[in-house]
Write a protein that binds this ligand. Structure first.
Ligand SMILES: [Zn+2]
Length: 345
């Protein structure tokens, strides 16, 4: 089958387009013919071998987590899915029978593996995954839209709906709304929960996009002070919750914008992973700081239901043919985009 893989860590040039054997289907697994896949930061970290993603070669590794396509074949014991079904793949592969998995907290499974990082992924004609990771999509949902969903929506759903418990009468501050996760946060907060959304971004163009996505207010952090503006927009009260997927750069400003009792959720550290936390302010102001990393299979089921009902949708910046994956990686590293970069075939 056609695939894009790496045989060593390095720059975009190590992405090799070539032929690899098709993966085998076993009991409980589903073979999906990939139609579209979307890039995530993890793809870049895995390619370069940083942030705990270094591995031994050979064998070569097929990159790519998020994807959507058509079921090609199902293994023994798989029910409710058949050849030709249009599906989206959840890239979190878990064991299915540890205490955490059985409790429905499978995002805490100690054996969790990410497709395209620990296991061969979706930069290929076919990918094989457990049936529990495969969700049917409605006819009106394109493969591209579906492929861009899992890694952007899972942490946001986990953070806003499940862990953070954002309510319709509350106000959430979404940092860096120009990334795919930021756009997902705005939609979950606005279209699913019905909360008020304040987004931050860096240019007038990105601010307009954030408003189109559903933000009620936008703070341009190159011109305005995030803490001061967020407090003004909440009548001095402060925001109920912060969504942070970028890490250290805005931590102090956003943390200070919380009302007493506010919640600070983080799911990424692209701008840095260390910051001094003022614990005195945390306990006297009843603040909660929590981290999320992706989500559960039940989170994914709920997200796909909302995608199928048209309540949330992906924000796609650009598509590339699979064999031009290196160009897509270069585009991702330039960071000048709003929404997801996709590989189609
Ligand atoms: Zn498990």
């Amino acid at each position: 089958m056609k695939a894009v893989f790496i045989q060593e860590h390095g720059g975009p040039e190590v992405l090799t387009s070539g032929e690899l054997p098709e993966p085998m289907v076993r009991d409980g697994l589903v073979k999906v013919r990939v139609k579209a896949g979307s890039l995530n930061r993890l793809d870049v970290y895995t390619r370069t071998g940083v942030r705990g993603m270094r591995r031994e070669f050979p064998p070569p590794l097929v990159l790519g987590g998020d994807c959507a396509g058509e079921v090609a074949e199902v293994g023994g014991g798989v029910q409710g899915l058949g050849a030709g079904d249009r599906v989206v793949v959840n890239p979190n592969i878990t064991c299915g029978d540890c205490a955490r998995c059985l409790a429905g907290e499978d995002d805490l499974c100690p054996a969790i593996q990410m497709l395209g990082s620990a296991l061969d992924g979706s930069y290929a004609e076919y990918v094989v995954v457990p049936a529990a990771n495969v969700h049917p999509i409605a006819d009106h949902v394109s493969y591209e839209d579906a492929a861009a969903v899992p890694t952007t929506f899972l942490p946001m759903w986990n953070m806003l709906v499940r862990r953070g418990g954002l309510k319709p009468w509350e106000t959430v501050l979404v940092l860096s709304a120009s990334a795919g996760v930021g756009a997902a946060a705005i939609q979950v907060a606005k279209n699913v929960i019905g909360a008020r959304v304040i987004a931050t971004t860096s240019t007038a163009d990105k601010a307009a996009r954030a408003r189109e996505t559903g933000a009620d207010e936008v703070i341009n952090y190159t011109e305005e002070d995030i803490t001061k503006r967020a407090r003004e927009l909440t009548g001095g009260a402060g925001v109920d919750m912060v969504v942070d997927h970028v890490g250290a750069e805005f931590f102090a400003a956003a943390y200070s914008a919380l009302r007493p009792g506010g919640r600070y959720g983080n799911c990424g550290v692209t701008t840095g992973y260390k910051y001094d936390l003022h614990m005195g302010a945390m306990f006297t102001r009843h603040l909660s700081v929590f981290g999320v990393f992706m989500g559960t299979k039940e989170d994914m089921r709920q997200i796909v239901e909302m995608v199928n009902r048209g309540k949330v949708h992906s924000t796609i910046h650009r598509t590339f043919p699979l064999e031009n994956a290196a160009d897509a990686h270069r585009a991702m590293e330039e960071r000048n985009f709003f929404g997801k970069l996709l590989l189609v075939q």
